[in-house]
Write a protein that binds this ligand. Structure first.
Ligand code: AMP
Ligand code: MG
Length: 439
């Protein structure tokens, strides 16, 4: 039973759909407080979570300026009944403001981005005028109807006004965001401190890479795959290694993990039939729920807050969150992507954008029964039809065994067939999660 007070998670093992499991996790997670933040120089801030709204200290652009290479003049000079003729009176370059005022009936040559000179509010692009004489001192002719007064002038503060939020707290900073921050003249940003994620593998048959493999054993792959997935989210991994199936060893590693980490991720030992002690020890370490999730691969999964040392019953102020994943390497990664990835981002203070889901045509029929979510490893590739229209098709791997890690490595996507979905005919569109994106 729960020692941390009421929880929306029922104790004991429950059958849940993927959506129910996701909702149950989202309902109880508490992000790091916004105050748990650090100031970083821009080159170190990519992928980090912005801790406070970033308020622009300046107007962007800082001055009215020209959107075109052309001639700047007062729009009131434009004539509707015949050509407008203006006398060119110099040139203004980007970064070198024009000293004087553009007199009535005159214009100045102007470059894109150059500050609009006093007396001018309109820019006519070069290609829309005829020039008689020298470019900066001749006569500039515009036909009627060429443009309206005020055109091609970018207004001061048009992109972003001083005092307005340029980026919102919770944003995972992308390259363009850092460019934007720099464009405001700032050198540092306040970001959330990285989430600390303790990671260990369990199982007596699991061996450390680099050691000799005893009969009946396999190398630990989960810690390396999951560790990389966590680091990719900009988080810190505390690698607690491989833990023997031994009560004292498991209890000790959990004690260390909850002391040092915001999140504890384990793999192996959580299925109901499992003979090892992992389940018992995890169940005693906090308010942990054991689920059988209606998914393939996957199924056994445990989640919940773990007690911090010294915490009193009912005190759940800042628990360490446990995610116990199945031992099968493919199931462990799929379960991570299905539940843990987004949960970690939320805990880290991020506002995760919805995962982009591609629709692609399956090259084959897929047998599927309603009542569970299936994640199938696949390769997505562009195809063009007879008319030359390019679309996406998806090829499933033949071997979808949960232990076949090579299939996960060769795949570039997962086909996700939701709970209610039945069989799919060849050529039908199916939803696809891509492993890699642009940024
Ligand atoms: P379990 O969830 O403990 O029943 O494990 C299911 C399967 O995954 C078994 O075949 C385990 O040997 C395998 N397995 C468990 N942990 C790992 C690991 N860290 N790396 C690779 N395979 C594992
Ligand atoms: Mg096991």
């Amino acid at each position: 039973m729960s020692e941390l007070g009421p929880s929306p998670l029922a104790a004991g093992e429950r059958n849940l759909s993927v959506d129910e499991a996701r909702a149950a996790i989202a309902a109880v997670l508490r992000p790091l407080p916004r105050s748990d933040s650090i100031e970083l120089p821009l080159p170190e801030a990519a992928g980090r979570v912005l801790a406070a709204d970033l308020i622009s200290p300046i107007d962007v652009p800082a001055h009215d300026n020209s959107a075109m290479d052309g001639y700047a003049f007062a729009g009131s000079a434009l004539r509707a009944d015949g050509p407008t003729v203006l006398k060119a009176a110099g040139t203004v370059f980007a970064g070198k403001p024009f000293a004087g005022t553009v007199a009535a009936g005159c214009c100045v040559r102007i470059m894109t981005g150059a500050v609009m000179p006093a007396g001018a509010d309109t820019v006519v692009p070069l290609e829309l005028v005829q020039v008689q004489g020298a470019a900066d001192s001749g006569k500039v002719h515009l036909q009627p109807g060429t443009l309206r007064a005020g055109e091609n002038r970018r207004r001061r503060g048009e992109d972003l006004g001083a005092g307005k939020p340029a980026l919102q707290a919770g944003r995972v900073l992308r390259p363009a965001d850092l460019g934007l921050v720099a464009s405001l003249g700032l050198t540092h940003v306040r970001v959330m401190r990285p989430l600390k994620v303790a990671l260990f593998s369990t199982g007596d048959e699991v061996a450390e890479p680099g050691t000799a493999l005893a009969e009946g054993c396999i190398y630990d792959s989960n810690r390396f795959a999951l560790g990389a997935a966590v680091r990719r989210l900009g988080m810190e991994v505390i690698d607690l290694g491989l833990v023997r199936d031994d009560r004292a060893a498991l209890a000790a590693v959990i004690e260390r993990a909850v002391r040092e980490a915001d999140v504890v991720i384990t793999s192996g030992g959580v299925s109901a039939g499992d003979a090892d002690y992992t389940r018992d020890i995890l169940a005693q370490a906090g308010d942990v729920s054991f689920w059988k999730v209606a998914m393939r691969p996957g199924r056994p999964f445990a989640f919940g807050p773990l007690r911090r040392p010294g915490a009193k019953p009912g005190d759940a102020a800042s628990p360490s969150w446990l995610f116990a994943l199945p031992g099968n390497p493919v199931a462990a990664l799929v379960t991570f992507y299905a539940f843990v990835r987004e949960a970690l981002l939320v805990l880290a203070g991020a506002t995760p954008a919805p995962l982009p889901v591609l629709s692609a045509r399956s090259t084959v029929a897929i047998r599927k029964r309603p009542g569970r979510t299936e994640f199938q490893r696949a390769i997505v590739e562009p195809v063009s039809d007879a008319d030359g229209h390019v679309g996406w098709q998806v090829r499933l791997f033949g071997s979808q065994g949960a232990g076949v890690l090579r299939s996960m490595s060769e795949a570039n996507a997962l086909v996700v067939l939701d709970h209610e979905q039945g069989s799919v005919a060849a050529g039908d569109a199916v939803p696809v999660w891509l492993f890699d994106g642009l940024v």
